[in-house]
Design a protein around this ligand. Structure first.
Ligand code: UD1
Length: 426
């Protein structure tokens, strides 16, 4: 086991290059199954979720190499259609393999996915949508047996909520289906457009991704392709929050500023100066951070739920009261209890958290992360706190941030990773 040790109170100053988007890489890797050949995906960060996708692909009979930031997948000899339970439990995104496996092999056997505990995370929209495309799904003691009679059939699918994962599963299953598929109330996140761009580069005919209505003209087959995924907008938002919490000045390189448009005004409202130049964003935080007023998480183009925890960490030391309304997940305030150990004043009522910043000081204590973005929030709080913060639960952090401590050290933070066993031996 490992922990991060953060000596707080250092002003961050410098340049950080943003890695590729975890939430794009995972469905794009699943999509390589459909191409029946060798695809090369660039800008893939080294994250435990990416490692898990690589293991799933290998388990399905693909040859996969992750060298530097490129993953090469040769799916020509894929013959597997089952994902072992342990791999399904490791991350929620394992569910996006379902659409790809069923389209490629006409059958799939998986169990229910795991991932961060953010409240109930059902997969009903995924399964209902796949059924509409002609997949026959039987549930048996926690396992799903799925099969199709030949190619899937295009359908008109209306999602009751614009689920990111369900939209991705429909894209993966429908692009080689017979006839046309229309998705109404599709998710509009940039990672959906990224997946569609990869599939189109492989010969799919997907129109309107990024909007609420997506049309997919089914094609017979896809060909392999070489593709670069978009930068990670949530990692970028995390560094913006880290700068805001430390009176910092950061330049973030390799971002797509438009993807951060729901986030930038929130930092500007808190008194941060933000400057955009091409694929760079610079943030200069004020000496006294203002409150974030009201932050309501919404599907894209609303404020991302994944940035809620990092921004809450910054709000704990801001001048005034910030209110967070979490509309996407039921149980996404676990970081608040740990922030309170550090001296934050937070009241939670259902899906609303009220943070009394009042220019408060945080102090370093041992804290434990319970989910990915909550882990990032604890790192940010540690950077802002007086004294030493020790953070455990790093298996969550490593799902979504590549070398976070190295990047932060490079811009002036005092942060290092240590094996807990080293402490026990002493
Ligand atoms: C994706 C992102 C995650 C982000 C989330 C919301 C990936 C790998 N993960 O997760 O980082 O926080 O979008 O932007 O891309 N729901 C159902 N039934 C379903 C599917 C979803 O009720 O079948 C509910 C979920 O419980 C949740 C909400 O819809 O309350 C949003 O889920 P969804 O958009 O599907 O998120 P994920 O794809 O899991």
């Amino acid at each position: 086991m490992q922990k991060l040790i953060v000596d707080g109170g250092k002003r961050l100053n410098g340049t950080i290059r943003i890695h590729g988007a975890k939430n794009s890489v995972l469905p794009v890797l699943a999509a390589t199954l459909l191409t029946n050949g060798q695809s090369i995906i660039h800008n893939c960060p080294h994250l435990s979720d990416v490692d898990c996708s690589v293991r799933i692909l290998k388990n399905l009979g693909c040859k996969v190499k992750h060298v530097n930031s490129s993953v090469t997948v040769d799916s020509s000899n894929s013959d597997g259609f089952e994902i072992p339970d342990a791999m399904m439990r490791e991350m929620r995104s394992s569910i996006v393999f379902l659409g790809a496996i069923i389209a490629r092999h006409g059958q799939a056997r998986i169990s229910f996915p795991g991932g961060c505990e953010l409240g109930p995370r059902p997969i009903d929209l995924h399964l209902d949508s796949l059924r509409q495309l002609g997949v026959i799904i039987e549930e048996d003691h926690g396992f799903l047996h799925c099969k199709s009679n030949g190619r899937l059939n295009g359908a008109k699918i209306t999602l009751s909520f614009p689920s990111v994962g369900a939209t991705e599963n429909i894209l993966l299953a429908a692009c080689t289906a017979k006839g046309d598929t229309m998705i109404l109330n599709a998710a509009r996140e940039p990672e959906i457009s990224d997946l569609a761009d990869f599939l189109n580069a492989c010969g799919a005919k997907i129109h309107g991704a990024g909007g609420g209505t997506i049309l997919i003209n089914g094609v017979q087959k896809l060909r392999p392709s070489e593709y670069t995924v978009i930068p990670d907008r949530i990692a970028a938002a995390t560094f913006l929050a880290a700068a805001a919490a430390t009176q910092g000045h950061l330049i973030l390189q390799d971002v797509i500023p438009a993807h951060l448009s729901p986030v930038i005004p929130v930092f500007e409202d808190a008194g941060c100066e933000i400057d955009i130049r091409g694929r760079e964003i610079s943030i200069i935080a004020p000496r006294r951070l203002q409150s974030f007023k009201t932050v309501r998480t919404m599907p894209y183009p609303g404020f991302p739920t994944d940035a809620q925890a990092p921004v809450m960490a910054a709000s704990t030391i801001a001048d005034g009261t910030s209110i967070f309304i979490e509309t996407i997940f039921e149980n996404r305030f676990k970081h608040a209890a740990e922030l309170m150990r550090m001296g934050a004043h937070i009241k939670i009522e259902g899906r609303v958290a009220v943070v009394e910043g009042n220019n408060r000081r945080l102090w370093g204590v041992p804290v434990e992360a319970a989910d990915l973005r909550g882990a990032a929030a604890l790192v940010i709080a540690g950077l802002a706190a007086e004294g030493t913060t020790e953070i455990t639960g790093l298996q969550y952090l490593d799902r979504g941030y590549e070398r976070l401590e190295d990047l932060l050290s490079g811009v002036g933070a005092s942060i290092k990773r240590k094996n807990i066993e080293e402490d026990i031996k002493k």
